[in-house]
Design a protein around this ligand. Structure first.
Ligand code: GLY
Length: 371
């Protein structure tokens, strides 16, 4: 790790715990921190103090939290804050919803000095990021992820996006935030299956860059005992990769480990599977492909399935869907022309890309996940 740095500060205020700042320094862009701790409302007010307006884009389910944030920004930061309520989950990532947000920003006279706050899970922060990227060709953005997946992946790194009839995230922009505020207290009320799903991205970062993550999860597959350390380590992996390659010109592709088959499963299942569940099967598949094509050792390959199974994530998929999965993989964003491109490991924490693999090996690797 070279470009991401974590530092700890003293407690930020009453009721709050010590906070950690993980630096993201995107090459050629403005540096920012991912702030991890509990009771971080005061931190948000400090970040936006001095702005005239803030728009808190949030899902219906977080109305009470959004109202508390709006009140705090008005009272302690003297910011004219507005709550902008959008549909829960993936339904927020539609052009019509972005249009609704633009209308609100227009009505309140949102200028280039104002700031959008994305409060919620990955879908909400993707939408809020896109709204911030597009309003007046780009205004400041603070992401406040409230799910494990949002904290360790979606809210960090500046990818924003909408879904269209053609597919998920095909419309979007790179727009790095001013800060990411990850308040661990928001995870206390998160359903267990959401936490389990988010752990797939944590495992991914363990395999591509930080094996200590794997050791911690093998000791406690619930991820609860070492939750904060797991989150901070995973964010540090992402911060490091995004710092080196903010626009996915090369190294950032490694974050797609397990995602080529994962995205294909999501598509074939009409997005009825959780992202983490699909990525989990995708990780086992990528391990099998790494063993067949890149010399990945058996112990590391087998470790994928063993750990994901203990966490409670799926590790197999219907054998009769291979043709549909292969077709979906070919329109993956990493594909080039008609050539497939996947991330595999040559060893633990040694990812590489595999271009245009032998079709026979793709099928052979699938036999290891086929149910
Ligand atoms: N979720 C993968 C990335 O941000 O690049």
């Amino acid at each position: 790790m070279t470009s991401a740095a974590a530092t700890s500060n003293g407690p930020p205020g009453p009721g709050a715990t010590e906070l950690t700042r993980i630096a993201v320094r995107p090459a050629g862009g403005r540096p920012y921190d991912v702030i991890v701790g509990t009771g971080l409302l005061g931190e948000l007010a400090r970040i936006v103090a001095g702005r005239t307006r803030a728009a808190v884009i949030h899902p219906r389910a977080l109305r009470t939290t959004a109202e508390a944030i709006v009140a705090d920004l008005r009272d302690s930061a003297r910011v004219e804050a507005h709550a902008v309520e959008v549909p829960d989950g993936e339904d927020a990532k539609r052009l019509a919803v972005a249009g609704f947000c633009w209308d609100v920003l227009g009505q309140v006279g949102f200028t280039r000095d104002d700031v959008v706050i994305g409060l919620g899970g990955g879908a909400t922060t993707d939408l809020a990021g896109f709204v911030a990227a597009s309003w007046l060709r780009g205004v400041d953005l603070v992401q406040v992820p409230t799910t494990l997946l949002g904290m360790v992946d979606a809210a960090v790194g500046g990818k924003t996006g909408l879904d269209t009839d053609a597919g998920k995230n095909l419309v979007g922009a790179f727009h790095q935030p001013l800060a990411v505020v990850a308040d661990l207290a928001t995870l206390d009320t998160l359903p267990r299956h959401e936490l389990v799903s988010g752990l797939a991205e944590v495992v991914k970062c363990g395999f591509i860059a930080d094996p200590e993550i794997l050791r911690l999860l093998e000791a406690d597959p619930t991820g609860v005992a070492d939750q904060r350390e797991l989150i901070e380590r995973t964010i540090a992996v992402k911060a490091d990769v995004v710092s080196a390659d903010p626009r996915e010109a090369g190294r950032r592709e490694i974050l797609n480990y397990g995602h080529t088959l994962g995205h294909a499963i999501e598509k074939v299942e009409n997005f009825g599977w959780r992202h983490g569940a699909a990525v989990s099967v995708g990780l086992v598949y990528a391990a099998a492909l790494g063993r067949l094509t890149a010399g990945l050792d058996d112990a590391t390959a087998d470790r994928h399935k063993a750990l994901l199974e203990r966490i409670g994530l799926p590790v197999s998929y219907r054998s009769d869907r291979w043709t549909a999965l292969l077709a979906a993989m070919k329109v993956d964003k990493k594909a080039r022309g008609h050539r497939l491109r996947l991330v595999v490991l040559t060893g633990l924490a040694h990812p590489t890309t595999l271009d245009d693999p032998d079709p026979g090996l793709l099928v052979a690797a699938f036999s290891e996940v086929a149910a």
